[in-house]
Design a binder for this molecule. Sequence first.
Ligand SMILES: Cc1cc2nc3c(=O)[nH]c(=O)nc-3n(C[C@H](O)[C@H](O)[C@H](O)COP(=O)(O)O)c2cc1C
Length: 474
Amino acid sequence: MKKNNIIKMLMLALSVSIFVPIWGTFHAYIGINNAWVAFVSAAVFFAAGHNIREVVKVSLSHILGMFWGLAVLYIIDASLLNINVILYMFIVLAIFGFASVLITNIGISLVSHTPSLFAGWAVAFAVFDGMPISEWKGSCLDVGLALVIGVWFVGVGISQFQMLLIKVLKIDDEDTELAENRNEQENILHKNSKSKAESKLDLYIASYSKPNENSQQETTNADIDEIKSGIADLKHTILDTQQFANNLHSQQSINDVKVKILGICGSPHKNGSTINYLKRALAAAEEMGNVEVELIELAGKDIKPCLGCKSDKCGGTCRINDYMQELYPKLRECDGMILASPSYFGTFTGQLKLFLDRLRVMRHSNFELGNKVVGTLAVAGRRHGGQEITNIDLIQSMMRHNTIIVNDGTAVCQLGATGWSHTFDDPTIKSEDDDYGMQTAVGVGKRVAEIAKVIKGSGLQNVTYQYNQKIGKR
Ligand SMILES: Cc1cc2nc3c(=O)[nH]c(=O)nc-3n(C[C@H](O)[C@H](O)[C@H](O)COP(=O)(O)O)c2cc1C
């Protein structure tokens, strides 16, 4: 459990330990005998996520539920139909049960909280069943008050007190902050949209849609100005709404979206420097949270050259049975990948070329890699040993898959990660000492994860494209 969550839990425990005994000890002094009822309604409020905005709805639903239960008891007691008692009860309960869901879900939005209605109903059965109808009136107030107090004092009181403690202790509570931020933005929006643009536009619509007695009357400049200002207000409201939606989306989903990133190392050396940079990039991606990473080394793996099957024969499953068959499902499942290669004469290695060519089958299967995020990483023996061109070669190859190519993000915003293994300059210098190169690797890792989350969060990763081999044919 995170430290903040432990503190939040302790604050809740403290709040409960204050509010519950106050109610449990003093309820009799305000004339409430059925103290337990309050705990039932507070429990329902808590179980429903103790949403303060729902509190009126929840309270009213409890009361409605109580009367609902009384009505059922009354009708059962009255035995209006001359049939078997059990059958009669069954029919009454069936009708009321069915209607309770309809009534709380259709039309009456103010009291549409089904769990609270059921709780009120259950309480009515527990308290009033077997009690003479003449005594109902006296107990109604007692039970009704307890139901409402349960929600407001025990329910709202506890959660508000807990929030207060969290604020006083200045706990960095992401959820609370997010909720408050959202409330604030909703209020601003609501205010803007209702008071300004919407009410103004309502006025315009009302005045301009009314049949005008002087239909000949010409529109004056003042009218036009007024309409322009209305449209400007409306535009702002729309922009605010868009901004609001964007903020909500990015704040909520970026952290929560789970993505999988593959790191594919094209170096023939298992313990070379390329893999070091790649490990750093994957670690940075993982640090973003909710990111699963997997390192795939092509070194020593059996990847045969592409046979260049005719286009219409390439698709679905590649007919070559080698290590690529293990990789295809992983590639299909992942949300992003980092391709890493040493620079060999200014381009990527043969291992990667074999791998990249064999991806054609995925391209021909309606772009199975479409909208996956790709970052690149190149390591050369010299300071300027072709890292950037190696990255470009990787990029241009992956572009043919409708993938989304990213750079090294905010690190330095260049063409992918560029490592320097010092192979020829000074073999005693290790890749770990290459601060700049490592920074770019971190940048690529983060950027791939970030954009993969954005794409996945937006649902765009599911887009499928139709591969059209006829394009360009005469
Ligand atoms: C065939 C070959 C070609 C190479 N070409 C270059 C080059 O053009 N420029 C350069 O700086 N390093 C070049 N190198 C060095 C590698 O890029 C360098 O050793 C690399 O960082 C090794 O990565 P690794 O440790 O992951 O194998 C070459 C190495 C080989 C084997």
